[in-house]
Design a protein around this ligand. Structure first.
Ligand SMILES: C[S@@+](CC[C@H](N)C(=O)[O-])C[C@H]1O[C@@H](n2cnc3c(N)ncnc32)[C@H](O)[C@@H]1O
Length: 189
């Protein structure tokens, strides 16, 4: 994975590199895709998406974080078509997205309704809070959007007394689906 430079930080984020790697494999972005992002924050996902998708529309509700995204985008070598909007989704979402990532959870039900109305092919939502993950899983399922729920946790090794010990990141729940969702196990979505 190409390096992502994030000289400017924000209180939330960035989505960790290992989590981004799984996220990008699920989004499967290509040069004809229009990618929409809810909650760009540091821009870590925005930058990776801009290297793969033909077009990116990134929304962020917090003005300071819009500036953080803007500065981090400028610090990376990007040639792609990226539009950054200060907006609270579903406000500001494009009507022609092929892939959607919800990195922020505010109004997620309305965001999912918009994704259904506009037939977004691939949808991924990352959640760290347990209760939100449960409710969002149900919201995906109710709309027939759910393909898979992945829960994972990454630990990083460090040297301790000549051996290797680990520091762990918070667990992440990744809800994966789309408007043509077929459950990964072929069962109930
Ligand atoms: C956990 S951070 C996302 C981290 C980001 N993926 C990164 O790598 O830096 C969540 C962000 O989503 C934003 N957010 C939450 N709900 C939103 C919404 N409905 N529309 C726009 N931004 C939203 C928050 O302001 C916050 O900056």
């Amino acid at each position: 994975m190409a390096n992502v430079s994030l000289p400017h930080d924000a209180k939330a984020g960035p989505t960790k590199p290992e989590v981004r790697a799984v996220l990008l494999s699920k989004l499967d972005l290509g040069p004809t895709d229009h990618f929409a992002e809810v909650g760009s924050c540091t821009g870590a996902v925005t930058i990776e998406a801009a290297r793969r998708a033909g077009r990116v529309t990134a929304l962020e509700r917090n003005a300071e974080r819009v500036e953080t995204t803007r500065k981090n985008l400028a610090a990376n070598d990007l040639t792609g078509d990226v539009e950054l909007r200060r907006a609270e989704a579903p406000e500001g979402l494009p009507d022609d997205a092929d892939a959607l990532f919800l990195g922020g959870s505010r109004n997620y039900e309305a965001v999912l309704d918009h994704a259904v109305e506009t037939a977004v092919d691939r949808i991924v939502m990352n959640v760290s809070r347990l209760e939100v993950a449960g409710a969002a899983t149900e919201a995906f399922r109710e709309r027939g959007l759910l393909e898979a729920v992945v829960q994972f946790q990454v630990s990083h090794g460090y040297e301790l007394a000549g051996a290797t010990s680990f520091d762990s990141d918070n667990p992440v729940y990744m809800l994966v689906g789309g408007t043509d969702a077929v459950a990964a196990d072929g069962g109930r979505r």
